[in-house]
Ligand binder design. Structure first.
Ligand code: ATP
Length: 365
């Protein structure tokens, strides 16, 4: 096991800057998730650690060792891909044993490791089957098993669950978490799925446009997003963004959104005072918007919004509302009665609000 350090790492393909100036320190035993939309540079970052892409600039260390020019097979890493990459003509045992055979491990040691990994992954009864005789979930377990038997210092995983159906993905996600707490191998995991990132990562790295936007625990990125991009990417349904004008009346700071006017809580008012007369982006999560009766209790700040879509999900309901030019998503109790096309009172839990600079998109708080 080892820590992994990326220092000012960059990668260009001709004129395309895929990754720019990435600095990361992944702790020994840590499970770090790189997450971001398609094309943000997460796979390229992982592939540079694996040695599958050359590094254009910067340095990568595994443990104390600079590995920029070390061949992939000598980096002591094991990679798991989205497409499993199993050999179709080999059975499960042979697939899992292959890497060890190449490295000339003694037969008894190979058998011991394969058996142990297969038991851990619940595929001990499938060792004689070929990949085509397995389900997608079983194939992915074999791909994981092949990585585990290597007992590498670092696991690198590139969207390993993306080919599985939704239910199996959730199940495998939990198994991966258990596996990590058992093996404690340093892991770098790439996904575009923010739920996967939040549930698996000790820390997550949110990337966009080849750059790191924020590094933090799932709680930090959710509760204190560094900018508009992270605020919108982390959390589902995504945070509401409402452009408002800042006005100061006496000691109080108000946000005026045209169809509503809300008072900023005293503890949050200070950082907004310099924005007097300017527009800022008010951020509020769907669960921090009250609707219906609950909102009416806040008679001072409640306002009406038109119900455009109602999505009943059983345990909760998502409402998509419109208020003037603003779109507003609300996550509410299933008992809430809301009718399409009718106005519904809403109120914002202002103590939970975020604010972002309209120009730099950085969080004001
Ligand atoms: P996805 O989730 O779609 O795989 P990603 O976040 O992993 O996306 P990368 O695959 O790392 O993104 O790609 C980052 C950027 O680099 C993209 O703009 C991509 O088009 C570009 N890119 C990646 N590989 C190459 C290549 N071999 N040649 C040219 N451009 C490339």
């Amino acid at each position: 096991m080892a820590k992994v350090i990326l220092k000012n790492v960059g990668k260009s393909f001709g004129n395309v800057i895929a990754v720019a100036d990435v600095n990361l320190e992944i702790g020994d035993r840590e499970f770090l998730v790189l997450v971001g939309p398609s094309g943000c540079g997460k796979s390229t970052t992982l592939r540079m650690v694996a040695g599958l892409e050359e590094i254009t600039s910067g340095e990568i260390y595994i443990g104390e060792r600079l590995i920029n020019h070390v061949a992939p097979k000598d980096r002591d890493i094991a990679m798991v891909f989205q497409n499993y990459a199993l050999y179709p003509h080999m059975n499960v045992h042979e697939n899992m044993a292959f890497g060890l055979k190449l490295r000339k491990f003694p037969r008894a040691e190979i058998d011991r490791r394969v058996k142990e990994a297969a038991e851990t992954l619940g595929i001990g009864h499938l060792l004689r089957r070929k990949p085509k005789e397995l389900s997608g979930g079983q194939r992915q377990r074999v791909a994981l098993g092949r990585a585990i038997v290597r007992e590498p210092r670092v696991f690198l995983m590139d969207e390993p669950l993306s080919n599985l159906d939704a239910k199996l993905r959730v199940q495998m996600r939990a198994e991966l978490a258990k596996l990590h707490s058992r093996l404690q191998t340093t892991t770098i995991y790439v996904t575009h799925d923010q739920t996967e990132a939040m549930t698996l990562g000790d820390r997550i790295v949110v990337m966009n446009g080849g750059r790191v936007q924020q590094v933090g625990t799932p709680g930090e990125t959710y509760n204190r997003p560094a900018n508009l991009f992270v605020a919108g990417f982390v959390g589902s349904p995504q945070m509401n963004f409402l452009e408002c004008a800042v006005t100061i009346e006496g000691e109080a700071v108000y946000l005026n959104g045209g169809t509503f006017r809300v008072k900023v809580p005293e503890v949050k008012a200070g950082p907004l005072k310099p924005c007097n007369g300017q527009n800022v982006i008010l951020g509020i999560r769907p669960e921090d918007v009250l609707a219906g009766r609950e909102a009416e209790r806040f008679s001072e700040s409640a306002f009406a919004a038109l119900v455009e879509v109602v999505e009943p999900l059983g345990s909760e309901v998502h409402l998509y509302l419109k208020s003037g030019a603003h779109q507003l998503t609300v996550r509410a109790e299933p008992s809430l009665s809301a009718r399409l096309g009718e106005p519904l009172p809403v109120a914002l839990k202002m103590e939970k609000m975020h604010a972002f600079d309209r120009n730099t998109e950085r969080a004001i708080f």
